[in-house]
Design a protein around this ligand. Structure first.
Ligand code: HMG
Ligand code: MG
Length: 305
């Protein structure tokens, strides 16, 4: 079994989409450049969504120009309008996004699940025809929905199979609310593992209640090797009230390295990568591994302020 753990950095998108303090294009670009310095190789940079819905990422078209070469960049695309913007930007990887809950899908993208899948069919085909390389399918609310409550593993698997039928290259299973305990992830994995090939599966845990790293460890124990994470644990979903940030990349990298896995990421450089963004947001680091790493380098944790 591989000892390499693939980490997809989502802070520039999932981390910032929920923030009302405007972050300048320069700070976003510098943040991404810092992540590249830390040897992060996959970065979800932004979203081609409606600027009325997510004003923070209204600069997506501009941001994608002039980023450092090296990593694989991706962007969220909800519909054909987003596809046109993605193609014009030249981005080679996109992510479509739906959920296991009708209620959440409606609030998030103003579509039913079925409507979203119909729209993605057109988007994916159009992207491939335009020379796009890779399409991720996000599947949110895999354990609980803020509007519909608990979600059954069967409902998750059903939508996951439909995404695979559309020809996505991977599925990111999103624990959007960050409420799940490892026992719930275990139950879900038992169902997912029977139907969705592991090489298509990425886990996307939020860490609202401090269970994110435990959930990553659970999936690692089952043999999964791909995880989304957000530098400094930034983030949340504007359409899932109360959802905290993703599991911090620093925490996942520390855990993976300590368990003997490789990630290719330099934890010390990564721990400093988000400081100017935290500063702009008026926040201090909260990821335990980030705080510990900064302390070991004698960088005061409050330098993020
Ligand atoms: P709508 O209002 O139903 O769409 O929104 P519409 O077609 O009626 O368009 C409304 C206006 O938006 C129009 O402009 C369109 O041109 C424009 P107007 O005529 O009023 O001036 N528009 C666009 N502009 C730019 N780019 C576009 C675009 N589409 C329409 N792509 C829509 C539907 C999907 C656009 C909207 O609901 C939307 O943008 N939603 C995105 C919400 C979002 O980004 N949520 C967060 C990401 S999901 C997440 O965080 C979960 C995840 O992390 C995994 C997990 O944790 O579970 C992925
Ligand atoms: Mg998310």
């Amino acid at each position: 079994m591989s000892d390499f753990v693939r980490i997809i950095e989502v802070a520039p998108r999932d981390g910032l989409q929920n923030e009302s303090t405007e972050i300048s294009l320069d700070i976003k670009r510098q943040f991404i450049a810092n992540l590249v310095d830390a040897k992060v190789t996959e970065i979800e940079a932004t979203s081609f969504v409606s600027p009325k819905w997510v004003p923070q990422l209204a600069d997506a078209d501009e941001l994608l120009q002039g980023l450092p070469s090296g990593p694989l960049y991706s962007a969220l695309v909800p519909n054909r309008r987003g596809l046109d913007r993605a193609i014009a930007s030249g981005v080679k990887r996109i992510a479509v996004f739906t959920a296991a809950s009708e209620e959440f899908t409606k609030k998030n993208i103003n579509m039913t699940i079925e409507e979203s899948l119909d729209e993605f069919k057109v988007v994916i085909q159009g992207f491939r025809e335009a020379g796009g390389d890779f399409v991720r399918g996000y599947l949110s609310t895999i354990v609980e929905c803020p509007y519909a409550g608990k979600i059954s593993p069967a409902a998750v698997v059903e939508v996951a199979e439909k995404l695979l039928d559309l020809g996505v290259d991977e599925i990111s299973f999103g624990e959007t609310l960050g409420v799940a305990a490892p026992s719930e992830i275990q139950r879900l994995i038992e169902a997912v593992d029977k139907r969705i090939p592991r090489e298509y599966t990425v886990w996307h845990f939020h860490d609202t209640n401090g269970t994110g790293v435990a959930n990553v460890a659970t999936a690692l124990d089952y043999g999964y090797r791909a995880f989304d994470a957000s530098a400094a644990g930034l983030g949340g979903c504007p359409y899932a009230k109360g959802a905290g940030g993703n599991v911090a990349t620093e925490d996942v990298v520390y855990l993976a390295h300590r368990m003997g896995f490789e990630t290719g990421i330099d934890l010390e450089t990564l721990s400093r990568a988000s400081l100017s963004v935290l500063d702009a947001l008026g926040k201090s680091p909260t990821s335990k591994a980030q705080v510990a790493s900064l302390a070991s380098m004698r960088v005061p944790a409050e330098s993020g302020r």
